[in-house]
Design a protein around this ligand. Structure first.
Ligand code: CP
Length: 357
């Protein structure tokens, strides 16, 4: 069955089709108002959300379908100790498609492994957030008219930022891309992602700590929040939380046609004064998110039983447990130590992709 775990589950041709459909939905919403009549979406959010959950719900309602679900783990039987696997097994018997978010990395893989219907990963810890990337690329396409030949700066939490990981993975497939990685060294992009999405593909990149120094060369500035909920050490969060603030003064250093994206929510990393700048596209991005989710829901419901056209990891049961404290294997009962060997020969957890030592 087709699911969406990772943005790389979709080819660039499929992404082009989704953008085309999303733009048509925006222009002609009435054409799509009954496309999912009699179909039901479950939104299972074990972690807080505003945009992703509500845009999924709005998307399904605009397609003529219905929606059920929960918006926090405490409002579900997770609070009584039910596993993620059992929750998905049960709910997938009630609905046609599931969008799930979970604080643990690899939880979406558990969902996929136990579902009778397509599962969309709406964010699993610091791992992936593919539908945010759909919103990002639709906005980039609308604003810049292309997805190639772009210098993209990603700023803030590149270590735990799942939206950054998915965006880099996605954009690394287009030609003429340069990445500028702007972060404090404590929140630098993990080596695995750097190797996989940048170095292995010979994509030019710079790592830099100063936003002011980086901004003049950018076509796109992707700001992110320093995410309190991902830190194990509260003192480290306090030290890093104000690392970057995009102000109207810093925008003066940028190109006249640079665009600013942010997955939102923001705390203080973009001054509200920047909102009035025509280059600020983060609210437009939230609207694109709804149309892209509409296009995705239709696609997965239509193609759910078609052959899968992605590389399947060759997994096996390893002898060591994943040591990533953010991995679903640490909390979900009786998961096998499923691992796979990556292209460099490292053994990685099949759920969160961390190296298993
Ligand atoms: N961008 C995003 O995932 O926002 P929410 O956490 O509000 O869903």
């Amino acid at each position: 069955m087709k699911h969406l775990l990772n943005i790389l589950d979709l080819t660039t041709e499929e992404l082009d089709d989704l953008i085309k459909t999303a733009l048509d939905i925006e222009a002609n919403p009435e054409k799509y108002q009954d496309k999912c009549a009699h179909k039901t979406l479950a939104t299972l959010f074990f972690e807080p959300s505003t945009r992703t959950r509500l845009s999924f719900e709005s998307a399904m309602l605009s397609l003529g379908g219905s929606v059920l679900g929960f918006s926090s783990a405490s409002a579900s039987s997770t609070a009584k100790g039910e596993s993620c696997a059992d929750t998905i097994e049960v709910v997938s018997g009630y609905v046609d498609i599931i969008a799930m978010r979970h604080p643990k990395e690899g939880a979406a893989q558990v969902g996929i492994d136990h579902s009778r219907c397509p599962v969309i990963n709406a964010g699993d810890g610091g791992h992936y957030h593919p539908t945010q990337t759909l919103a990002d690329i639709c906005t980039i396409y609308k604003e810049k008219g292309r997805l190639n030949n772009l210098t993209i700066g990603v700023c803030g939490d590149l270590k735990y930022g799942r939206t950054v990981h998915s965006l880099l993975a996605c954009m690394s497939r287009y030609s003429g891309i340069k990445f500028v990685l702007i972060s404090p060294k404590e929140l630098a992009l993990p080596e695995f992602e750097k190797q996989e999405f940048i170095k292995n593909k010979n994509i030019p990149y710079e790592e830099i700590q100063s936003l002011e120094e980086a901004i003049p060369q950018l076509d796109i500035l992707y700001m992110t929040r320093i995410q309190k909920e991902r830190f194990l050490d509260a003192n480290e969060y306090e030290r890093l939380k104000d690392s970057y603030v995009l102000t109207a003064e810093k925008m003066e250093l940028a190109k006249k046609d640079m665009i600013v994206l942010h997955p939102l929510p923001r705390v203080n990393e973009i001054s509200v004064k920047v909102d009035k700048d025509p280059r600020a596209c983060y609210f437009e991005e939230t609207r694109c998110g709804k149309y892209m989710r509409m296009a995705l829901i239709m696609k997965l419901l239509k193609e759910k039983n078609e052959p899968i056209n992605i590389e399947i990891k060759d997994t096996f049961v390893g002898d060591k447990k994943c040591a990533n404290p953010h991995c679903i294997t640490g909390t979900e009962q009786e998961l096998d130590n499923l691992v796979y060997k990556d292209k460099e020969g490292f053994i990685r957890c099949a759920y969160c992709d961390s190296i298993v030592k």
